[in-house]
Design a protein around this ligand. Structure first.
Ligand code: SAH
Length: 216
């Protein structure tokens, strides 16, 4: 598969849809989504549908998020160039690539070995370069590389992973879907001081669960 003018055209239509129908107003986020060939992260059977606002199965019974969810989560992070961003749940690497397209310095963790290996190869092949890609348990974050300007959790957590909040800079933001397995509320925590956080809610979503430990 390659990135042809047909894919580019479909991507343009998706961007217009995200802006006009889904209310994504951050043009930098839309431009980043426009830079990433989503179809190349999917199995070839889904190629024709890659630019519809749909989630698809990836390896290890996980899913690539809807483009509108990726856009919303990314916009909520308010990423600036060279922000140090920790992503929990690399998955196929699509969201990672969108963050890199925004010129963030991306550190990402995946607990499924198959997906860790897949995303490592895919991002390299497409020349999206994270600062560090880890196979591990995202509940622990990456203390060696902390603190981070932004933290993005792409799986649904039943309880708030407080260790991650510790790894956030004062002034930093964490975006995380929080709640039971059947539905989560998308939340944004802004670290006001070492002990104070502002908490905002952004509606209901359904993410794959955030699980402990790793899976080979
Ligand atoms: N951003 C991804 C979305 C993948 S779905 C993409 O664009 O494809 C969420 C991912 O979170 C899954 O791959 C799942 O294995 C991973 N995950 C769940 N719990 C985790 C944890 N504790 N640490 C790291 N990754 C985790």
């Amino acid at each position: 598969m390659q990135d042809s003018y047909v894919h580019k055209g479909k991507r343009k239509i998706l961007i217009d849809y995200l802006r006009d129908k889904m209310g994504i107003a951050d043009e930098k986020v839309l431009a980043a989504i426009n830079q990433v060939p989503r179809h190349l992260f999917l199995e070839s059977v889904f190629e024709d549908f890659a630019y519809e606002d749909r989630a698809f199965p990836i390896l290890a019974k996980q899913t690539i998020s809807h483009p509108s969810t990726v856009a919303e989560q990314t916009a909520l992070l308010e990423i600036k160039e060279k922000d140090k961003v920790l992503e929990i749940g690399t998955g196929c690497g699509y969201q990672t690539a969108v963050l890199i397209a925004l010129n963030a310095w991306v550190y990402t963790i995946e607990r499924q070995k198959g997906l860790h290996d897949f995303s490592l190869n895919k991002l390299r092949e497409l020349n999206f370069r994270p600062k560090f890609q880890s196979f591990g348990d995202g509940f622990l974050g990456l203390p060696t590389y902390a603190p981070f300007d932004k933290i993005l959790v792409t799986c649904g957590a039943e309880v708030l992973p407080t260790q991650l909040l510790h790894q956030l800079k004062v002034g930093g933001k964490m975006v995380i879907p929080l709640g039971k397995t059947d539905e989560q509320i998308l939340m944004r925590f802004t670290k006001k001081s070492e002990r104070e956080f502002e908490r905002e809610e952004f509606g209901a979503y359904k993410f794959v669960p955030m699980l402990n430990n790793t899976n080979h």
